[in-house]
Design a protein around this ligand. Structure first.
Ligand code: ARG
Length: 395
């Protein structure tokens, strides 16, 4: 008996993988694993029903809490961004792969199958994690290996009893988890095509937002959000509440050009209200408690962290080392940040922390604690080398 574990979303690509595993790869037992990282419940139900129809041994794993604590929170600490959007798909893929590898071991499967195409980033992310955790496992990617067109795929599905449903009319390709939602495909692929309103499900368009601003306070402990408006919340509830507050005020739409891992340039639309809000608040609190050098250096660390996380290299050595630095800094990222949300914009309007490096008496225009006359000498030598260079250049 040859057994394979399939990372299963319930969508067309992964569903088609089921008969393919039997027909082209000689497996007799297919185990499907759907990992709940906050996608719609209807997607999870659909996966369960299709798995039943297609006769697989199915597992649904609720990993929302783990996703929030071990993936979203590290992303907040690192202000996790890639080319101008808060990364979300890329931080969920490692966890999905970890769970699938666990089920593979538990059920004695000898192979791992995913439904990623050969054009995207997810193939890199899934396979890296499975190879890292279960090097003995054979990895199969039927979508990439068979190279079907969409039409051929639908034809194959129909012939093999795979429910196609509305797949042929579904224009948008959507990936969704607690931290963000991406919308791709159809005319959205054209960089100059304005996104139609129908692609947005999490954010209200500016003209339909409330006419009065919402003020929200985010409390942080050790770099991690712990409360909203003074109410302590568990991580999943906090992300869900932040999502609602920001989304209802139109915050969290991002439309960018993105360079995929291999360099393929694509147009991407995201909705990520909670991530935008929480990372904005977090950055602002770091601005209050970090030294100038820490801030400057951390910007570089964050950027590199974002690149590694985007590439899916979750267990990478450099990523580990960067996190050691990031976590050291986060020991002081405790406090509260106030933000104003209004018609698609979020802005910080206040921040406070027991670790603030700000001193009112020193900074104030009205204080004599700082003896200004002592500055005369310091100002004289400012830019010494810079002035010497300028003299030379003049000659
Ligand atoms: N461009 C984003 C990323 O690579 C989102 C991709 C969405 N993935 C998907 N399979 N639909 O992280």
């Amino acid at each position: 008996m040859k057994k394979v574990v399939l990372s299963y979303s319930g969508g067309l690509d992964t569903s088609v993988c089921i008969p393919m595993m039997k027909e082209f790869y000689g497996f007799d037992e297919i185990v499907t694993v759907t990992v709940d990282v906050g996608q719609p419940d209807s997607d999870i139900k659909e996966a369960e029903e299709k798995a039943k129809t297609l006769g697989t041994e199915h597992y649904t794993i609720d990993a929302k809490e783990e996703f929030a604590v071990d993936y979203c929170w590290p992303s907040v600490k690192a202000n996790g961004d890639y080319q101008g959007y808060p990364i979300s798909t890329s931080i969920a893929r490692p966890l999905i792969a970890v769970k699938a590898a666990e089920i593979a071991k538990k059920t004695g499967a000898e192979a791992f199958c995913h439904g990623c195409t050969g054009k995207g980033n997810d193939q890199f992310r899934f396979e890296y994690v499975v190879r890292a955790l279960a090097p003995e496992m054979e990895i199969i990617a039927p979508m990439r290996e068979r190279n079907y067109t969409r039409t051929e795929e639908i034809e194959y599905a129909k012939q093999h009893g795979v429910p196609v449903g509305q797949s042929s009319d579904k224009i948008w390709s959507i990936d969704e988890n607690l931290w963000g939602r991406s919308i791709e495909g159809g005319r959205l692929e054209e960089p100059n095509y304005a996104p139609p309103e129908e692609i947005f499900h999490w954010t209200t368009r500016a003209q339909d937002c409330p006419d009065t601003p919402a003020i929200v306070q985010i409390g942080f402990e050790d770099g991690v959000p712990v409360s909203i408006n003074g109410f302590k919340m568990d991580p999943v509830s906090l992300i869900t509440a932040a999502h609602k507050l920001a989304g209802d005020n139109g915050v969290g739409r991002v439309d960018i050009m993105e360079d995929r891992i291999l360099g393929l340039k694509v147009r991407e639309n995201y909705e990520c209200p909670a991530a935008v809000l929480l990372i904005m608040a977090h950055k602002s609190l770091e601005g209050l408690v970090c030294t100038k050098d820490e801030r400057m250096f951390k910007t570089m660390v964050d950027q590199k962290w974002g690149e590694l996380a985007y590439a899916g290299l979750w267990f990478d050595a450099l990523k580990d080392a960067l996190e050691a630095f990031i976590n050291k800094i986060q020991e002081r990222v405790t406090g509260t940040v106030s933000l104003e949300l209004f018609k698609g914009n979020a802005k910080v309007i206040g921040r406070t922390s027991p670790f603030a490096l700000y001193n009112e008496d020193l900074a104030s225009f009205d204080s004599k604690t700082f003896d200004q006359s002592e500055m005369t000498g310091a100002v004289k030598v400012h830019g010494l080398q810079s002035r010497m260079y300028w003299m030379l250049k003049k000659d």
